[in-house]
Ligand binder design. Structure first.
Ligand code: ATP
Length: 302
């Protein structure tokens, strides 16, 4: 684990020792080891400014290897959504722009592409707050996700069945107006709609927001299945550190527009500072939110 952004590696064979355990040895042996595959996505020192004056991201770097779940963690206003918008090129609509750094997808610089170009390259964002079309049925919402693919009727039916395979609840609710479904069903619709675009990478913004813990778990289990069975890489922005670290392979912690710590998910979950400041637990037991606030003054990385 490090307090300056490093690069997570692509999934290793299951027999290999965990990367965090061999970190030191790997560094020593790097001269003879095969070079790591280039990540699917790399964000290199980006700065984002809104309205020409509000500096929000101050040199954010991260990478997402093919086939992995990478979590971007941090509190309210840390800059998680802004990072995802920078990748999917949705900043323009918010009067924001990337003013420094680069974003590279499979070796191609993508900062100047449109959101539609990104979808064509397999990068799809599921926005915070789901943004379902409330007056359309669940199924019509799903079909909207395949709009750019120009599929035949038969192909569309097959794609819908694929989504219903992962989200059986949506099959039951396929004819219901999305606006009258539960928050969990709307989140599933939003993820299902993204799946209809046949993504290679999903940018998932706060899927747990406003949902009961059981539903959050159900959604994360499905996300993990999509990752493992379909090989979809995921960049997940979450305030719910606990659940994100349970499902992610690697995590970055963002504060005030800067990455302050990153590491393998299990190492972050075991880190005393992360436990104290983000999970509300310390050696002396569970902390109250008031305690955590006062403890913030002791942060070693600031
Ligand atoms: P949250 O979980 O609350 O969405 P976040 O980590 O995703 O938090 P962002 O939404 O990226 O954070 O916001 C980061 C900072 O940028 C905040 O201070 C926010 O007020 C500011 N910001 C976000 N969008 C805009 C915008 N369109 N115009 C100006 N400032 C913005």
């Amino acid at each position: 684990m490090s307090t300056t952004a490093t690069t997570p590696t692509a999934p290793a064979a299951s027999t290999a020792p965990h990367p965090a355990i061999v970190q030191g040895a790997a560094a020593a042996a790097s001269a003879v080891a095969a070079p790591a595959a280039a990540p699917l996505l790399s964000v290199n020192g980006i700065e984002v400014i809104y309205n020409h004056v509000i500096l929000v991201l101050k040199g954010v770097s991260l990478s997402v290897p093919e086939g992995r779940i990478v979590a971007l963690l941090g509190g309210n206003g840390a800059g998680k959504t802004t990072t995802l918008r920078a990748v999917s090129n949705l900043l323009k609509g918010e009067r924001g722009e990337v003013t420094k750094g680069s974003i590279v997808l499979r070796g191609e610089a993508i900062e100047r592409l449109t959101p539609a170009d990104l979808v064509k390259r397999g990068v799809v964002q599921v926005m915070e707050g789901r943004h379902c079309f409330g007056h359309l049925t669940v199924e019509d919402n799903l079909l909207a996700g395949a709009y750019t693919r120009k599929l035949s009727r038969g192909e569309l039916a097959a794609q819908l069945e694929r989504v219903y395979h992962y989200f059986p609840r949506l099959k039951q609710r396929r004819g219901s107006q999305a606006g009258y479904t539960s928050g969990g069903e709307q989140q599933m619709t939003a993820v299902g709609r993204a799946l209809m675009a046949d993504p290679r990478m999903v940018l998932l913004d706060e899927p747990s927001m406003g949902l009961a813990p059981q539903i959050v778990q159900e959604i994360f289990e499905i996300v993990r299945m999509l990752n493992q069975k379909e090989g979809v890489s995921i960049l997940l922005a979450e305030q719910n550190t606990n659940v994100a670290l349970k499902y992610a392979d690697y995590g970055y912690i963002l504060e005030n527009g800067r990455i302050v710590m990153d590491g393998e998910a299990h190492a972050l979950a075991d880190n005393e500072d992360v436990k104290e400041f983000y999970l509300g637990v310390s050696k002396e037991g569970r902390k109250s939110f008031r305690d955590i606030k006062s403890y913030r003054r002791r942060k070693r990385w600031l």
